[in-house]
Design a protein around this ligand. Sequence first.
Ligand SMILES: [Mg+2]
Length: 197
Amino acid sequence: MKIAIDIDGVIADSCSVFSRLALFEKIPTSDKQYDLVQGVSDNQRLRFRKIVYFTIENQLTLVKPYTGARKAIAALSKMFDQILLVTARDPRFNFQTNEWLLKYIGNIDDIGTLVNLGSSKKTDYLLENNFDTFIEDRLKTANTAAEAGIRTFLVKHSWNTGRKIYKTVEVIPSLSFLPKLLRSENFVEDCHKIIPV
Ligand SMILES: [Mg+2]
């Protein structure tokens, strides 16, 4: 059993930081879209991208993990043979990402591996490398992975609701909910072994 976990929006509460910085810079944002700056001018989009890059490179400690993320990943590492942390961030920020993980989640070498993948490449990579479970916050990416047969969990956010969700995508409130859910499934499975239904 191998699980892939998306970083931004699943482990790291990055969007709220980027959206506050954008507002400070008077760049209109939307919490209904994965892309925070839909419908703005090219100049505003470029400025927003610069803010994001600057923050990741120099101010990543502004971004905090979601409640219970460290505990959840520790629990998942006991349930799965391999954990892959997936990020669409540019590889040149891996040093900062690893430092951030070390501070808030744990040493990447103890957790698993980190891979840089844009949203459109995630499903193919997971299939090629036999990942059977995936947790993500972007609806389109979650739908694609689920359609390809990967068990996919979508962490519910304002930017991924109100649109069509593929039938097998499982919506959960947070990453910290996942170990509890999987544990209860195992419990039911164990019960069925003792008392067949
Ligand atoms: Mg994400």
